[in-house]
Every structure is written in structure tokens, then in C-alpha cells.
Write a protein that binds this ligand. Sequence first.
Ligand code: ZN
Length: 428
Amino acid sequence: MSIQDRNKKILMDLVQLPGNNTCADCGAPDPDWASCSLGVFVCLDCSGFHRSLTSMNRVKSIRLDFWDDEMVKFMKTNGNEAAKIFYERDVPPFYYRPQQKDSAVLRDQWIKAKYERQEFTGDNRHRQEIYSSGFYEGRLWKKAKDNGQFLKRKFTLSDSDFTLKYYTKDDLPRAIISIKSLNATFQPEKIGHQNGLQIMFQDAQRSQNLFVYHDSGQEIVNWFNAIRAARFAYLKTAFPMANDSELSPRITRNYLKEGYMEKTGPMQRETFRKRWFILDGQERKLLYFKTKLDAVELGAVFIGPETLGYSAAKIAPRGTRGNRWKFGVTMETPDRQFVFMCEREREQGEWLEALKVIISKPMLPQDYASKNPSQAGVWLCRLGLCACDQMVAGSNLRVCNNALCNSAALCINSITCYKFIDYIIILY
Ligand SMILES: [Zn+2]
């Protein structure tokens, strides 16, 4: 056996060990590239980001490239687990760790933060200050509401009052946005910029969008993590009894599916109109907008579970009511039937699958707030089973200590009321 064959065999065995069998940076299965400067196994995509690191750019294919004994020994003594212990020793709990399907800017910046700037080794804590201090300020390109132009605007983020503000003139905020209902998600394709970030928030009863970007990848990812830090601080205050792993999925989220479909009205005789839909799995909502970069939602449909009468199915093509597209999806809710038409059969399948993911999930206590935003927080206890549909008997109820919440009745299992910070008191 030649040196090369023997070394390749050793590498192939090494990459199957737990830890090495997923990409060190995005978790993709079966990595077949490696950084022989850092001693980590990575996927093809992440190998590209590693190549762009300034000082540690020795990246090789474990199948195609030549490996000498020295390098193989280095991989053996290092590996993904050891690298993780060193480079990820001190990742803040709010900091976003990208996955395989995340946008390139997130993965690229994660790799730069981790290995090049060494932000998480514990020795460079000051480098985390910029996004974890509770205040962030800067200028972002923001899409104007009316003409689609991107204009440079000052933004400030503060966790002292949990707001995001932007300014058209330097001293006067044009909008003050509560971060309590805010979500941020990278949307490079939709926004048409590799660093494009969508910020969605709830204003009164409607969801609204801000579309922003920064020319620097590091800067936009800092913004994203600063928003996550502020959201995490808010969640910690609102739900003091919850642990980090419970709060973490609620910091920000990606949407289950987005795209154009045609929809008709409640009578199903109305003209079909093309709308941009966003399916939010966490909030159990299908939101629709006039176009993909519209600021204000036109409407939203709450999606409950199968047990409460929700279902989705394919429907036969309809050609008589003004729809141009032929691949239909129908969704039943207790109130009405919705009909959506997709342009392609593949999209029909994807929408159906995504809707079924939500329909098959049981309702959680917080979903009742999503169904009826005016009651958000008022009725829900952290452990559920109370003033939702399953209210328990009177003597076991507690009431929230917050004046704004005085009608909330919560079961004996409750620890804190969902929205307000105050502890609840027992109501005898
Ligand atoms: Zn990867």
C-alpha cells in the first residue's frame, strides 16, 4: 500500500469518528474536506470560507489531495471535538451558530469570528462587547416603503427599553419598534443583496417588515447578534423561570416556507390575486403580502392543529375563476376554506408539506396568544393547562400580580404569566 493510500485510509477512518462525522462549522453530515492548519473536518461549502481566512488557509480534500504523514498525524491529534473545546469555549448563549442551510454571510462570519478573530476562546471577551453590551448603533441601507430604493438610515438598538429605532433625521426617530415581537432573518435572495436582513415585527394587529443590509458582512452579522442579544435579554426578563435552552429557539427564527401563490376571497368567487406568502411555524401563521418586499402584511391565517379541525390537501386544477396557476392547495379551518394556487407542481408539494408540519403539531400555550394577539400574554401561564381552552377549576386559579393583567386566571401549575414580568399571586 502506497503512503497516499494508507494515509487516505487513516483519514477516511478518522472522519467517521463522532465529532468528525459532521462539519465542524455548520454541522452538515459527512464532511470530506479538512483544514490541515486547524485540524478540523468541514463540508465543501465551509472549506471555501476557510480558504478565505487570512492566515490559516491550508484546505484539502480528504479524497483527492495528497496528505503526508505529518499532516495526517496533526489531524489525528486535533479533530473537530478538540477544536470545538478550544474555539467555542465561550460562545454567548444568544450568539447564532449557523447550520448548513443558512446564508453564506452567516457561515462565513461564524468561521471568521471563531478562528480568525478568536472571539469565543475566552481570551478575547472584549471582542464580544460590540454586540453584547445592550446598545448598538450604526447606519444601514433600508428599503424605502414607497419606491423600493435603499436609503442609508441611522438605527439604534437598546435593551434598556427593548427597542429598535431608526431615524430619517439624526435626532428624531422615524419609528420606535418594540423588540418583544421582533424577528430577524437573513434573506439575501429576496432582498437582492448578499447581506440582506429582514426584520419583522408586530405593530398593533399587523406584521410589518424592514428590509436592510450593510455592505460589510461582519457589520450585518454584528447587527443580527446584537438584536439576538437584546431579544435574549428581553426573554430572560419576561420568563425568569425558563432556562436558556427553552428560550434559545424563541430568540429569532427562520420561516418554514415563502413564495408567491394566488389566493381568492372567502366566497371563492373573487378574482385570484398573486400574493407573497410567509409561513411562520413558530407563530403558526400564514402571512400574506402584496409583493415579496412589501412593508405591511395584508392578512394572516392562524393554523391550528388537526384535532381542532385544521387540514390541508391538494385540489384539482381550477380554470374558471381568474387563476393563472393550476396547482392548488386547500386549507380547511373551523371558520372557512382557503384556496391557494401554485405555479409549479413542486411548489404545491412543498407548501402542502410545510402546512402539514404545523397542522400535525399540538397547540402549545403560547400558540393561543398567536391566535388572538389582543390576548397575548394575558391568558397564558408558562406551563399551560389554564386559561387556554383547558381552564381548570376556580379554587386552583391564580391571578397575575400585574395591574394590566388583572383578569388573567392561571392554573396552580403556573409560575409566571406569559407576557408580564410580575409573579402571579394565588387567588383563594
Ligand atoms: Zn459546513
